[in-house]
Design a protein around this ligand. Structure first.
Ligand SMILES: O=C[C@H](O)[C@H](O)COP(=O)(O)O
Ligand SMILES: C=C(OP(=O)(O)O)C(=O)O
Length: 387
C-alpha cells in the first residue's frame, strides 16, 4: 500500500484550533442537540481499549490490507489472485456470523492459492427509505436503538472473526461509526447511496485501507470515478478524533480505491461491454490521477435484480471474462467479485419466515443471499477457472 495512506483513521490530528465556549441557556434552546434526546456514548478509544486488538492481529490486518492493495496495483504474485468478498448482506446474529466465518476460513485454506477471500461483515445498512439499520444501531432489532450496545457487540464479533484469521469488509456509512472498528477492517465499501457525498469522499481519503466505491443506484459510473479522484487527494475537513473531539483533519489522500459495479435502476453492468466502458473511463482518469484502473463486480443488488440465485451465473460469467474463457479475451482489469451469501438461501422478514417472531437461523433479514452449499460450490468453481 502506498505510504501516504498508512495513517490509521485514528492518527492524531495535526491541530485542534480552539474549544468553543458553551452556549448560554438562551441560545442552547435553539440548538439541534437540545431539541433531541442526547445520550453520551463511549469514545472510540474507550471501546477500542475495552475490546482490544492485539499487536499480532493488528499486523495480520495490515498484511491483509497490503494483499488487497497489491492485488489492485498488480505489484506482486498476489495480484494474480481473484478477490472474493463474500458474506451476509448484514450481520444480525453474531453466532451465525461466526459459524459462517468458520466455514469460510476452512474453505479459504483450500482455495487461497488462487482466491483472496474477504468476509462481508456489514454492521451498518443504508436504507432506501426506512428499515433496520444494522447491528451497530439496533442490535436488539426492536427499533429502540441502543447504539452503545450495538457498537460493543459489533466490535466484539468483528474481533472474533479477525481472530479466526479472516480479512473483513464493511460498508462505511457513518464516519463516526468507522472510528470504532476501523482497526479490524481490511477493505471498505462506499455504497451506491453515498458515493456522491463529499463527507464520504473525505472519509475515504484518510481510511488506511483499500476502498471499493459503488456506482450510483441510477447506474452512474461517473459518481464512483469522481469519488476515486476526490478521495485520492488530500482534504481539510471536519471530523472527530479517537477521543471524540471535533477536529479539523488534514487527510493524506487514498489512491487505493476501485469501482464496484452493482447495476442500477434495474439494469445490469457485469457484461463485457459495460466493464470495458468503465475500465476505459478509469484509464482516462488515470492519466491525470493516481488511481487503480480496476473493477470488482457486485453479483447481487441490481445486477442480480434481488434474485440471489442469479449471483452464481453472474460470478461465473465475470471470472470467464477475467481469464478469457469462451468468447472473451482475458481482462486483468477485473479484480474480483462480491457475493451476498449466508448459511441458508434467500431472506426472511424481521419477524421470521412465519411472521411469528422466530427468526430462521442463518437466513438474511435484509437482502436475499446465496446459501452456504451454493457458495461453497461456486467458490470451488471459480477456483477451478483461475489459471
Ligand atoms: O444491501 C442492502 C440493501 O440493498 C440496501 O441496504 C437498501 O435496502 P432497502 O432498499 O431494502 O432499504
Ligand atoms: C447496500 C449495499 O449495496 P449498494 O450500496 O450497492 O446498494 C450493500 O452492499 O449492502
Amino acid at each position: 500500500m502506498s505510504t501516504n495512506v498508512n495513517h490509521a483513521m485514528t492518527t492524531p490530528t495535526k491541530s485542534v484550533s480552539s474549544v468553543a465556549p458553551a452556549a448560554n441557556d438562551e441560545t442552547s434552546k435553539k440548538t439541534m442537540a437540545n431539541s433531541l434526546a442526547v445520550r453520551t456514548l463511549p469514545t472510540p478509544r474507550q471501546l477500542k481499549k475495552a475490546i482490544p486488538l492485539n499487536e499480532t492481529l493488528s499486523v495480520q490486518v495490515d498484511q491483509h490490507r497490503q494483499q488487497i492493495s497489491d492485488l489492485l496495483s498488480g505489484a506482486t504474485a498476489e495480484s494474480n489472485k481473484f478477490l472474493i468478498i463474500t458474506g451476509p448482506c448484514s450481520l444480525h446474529d453474531e453466532e451465525a456470523a461466526l459459524d459462517y466465518g468458520r466455514r469460510l476460513k476452512l474453505l479459504n485454506d483450500q482455495l487461497s492459492d488462487k482466491l483472496l477471500i474477504v468476509m462481508r461483515t456489514y454492521i451498518e445498512k443504508p436504507r432506501t427509505t426506512t428499515g433496520w439499520k444494522g447491528l451497530a444501531y439496533d442490535p436488539e432489532r426492536n427499533g429502540n436503538g441502543n447504539i452503545e450496545l450495538g457498537l460493543t457487540r459489533s466490535r466484539s464479533v468483528l474481533l472474533k472473526l479477525v481472530e479466526m484469521g479472516l480479512p473483513l469488509a464493511v460498508e462505511a456509512l457513518n464516519p463516526m461509526t468507522m472510528q470504532y472498528i476501523d482497526d479490524l477492517i481490511s477493505w471498505t465499501a462506499i455504497g451506491a447511496r453515498t458515493a456522491e457525498s463529499q463527507i464520504h469522499r473525505e472519509m475515504i481519503s484518510h481510511l488506511a485501507m483499500p476502498v471499493g466505491i459503488k456506482n450510483g443506484t441510477d447506474g452512474s459510473v461517473d459518481t464512483a470515478v469522481n469519488a476515486m479522484i476526490s478521495a485520492s487527494r488530500s482534504h481539510h475537513c471536519l471530523g472527530t478524533d479517537i477521543d471524540g473531539n471535533i477536529v479539523m483533519l488534514d487527510t493524506p489522500g487514498n489512491p487505493d480505491t476501485h469501482v464496484v459495479l452493482r447495476g442500477g435502476r434495474n439494469l445490469t453492468n457485469y457484461d463485457a461491454d459495460s466493464i470495458h466502458r468503465t475500465l476505459a473511463q478509469l484509464e482516462k482518469a488515470v492519466d491525470e490521477n493516481t488511481l487503480h484502473p480496476k473493477v470488482i463486480v457486485d453479483c447481487s443488488h441490481d445486477n442480480a435484480q434481488k434474485k440471489h440465485e442469479r449471483q452464481v451465473d453472474i460470478a461465473i460469467e465475470v471470472i470467464e471474462q477475467r481469464v478469457g474463457l469462451g468468447k472473451n479475451a482475458p481482462n486483468q482489469g477485473i479484480a474480483g467479485i462480491m457475493l451476498e451469501s449466508f448459511i441458508e438461501p434467500g431472506k426472511q422478514g424481521m419477524s421470521g419466515p412465519n411472521q411469528d417472531g422466530n427468526l430462521c437461523y442463518g437466513l438474511s433479514i435484509t437482502d436475499p443471499c446465496l446459501g452456504w452449499e451454493q457458495t461453497e460450490k461456486l467458490l470451488k468453481a471459480l477456483h477451478a477457472r483461475m489459471a
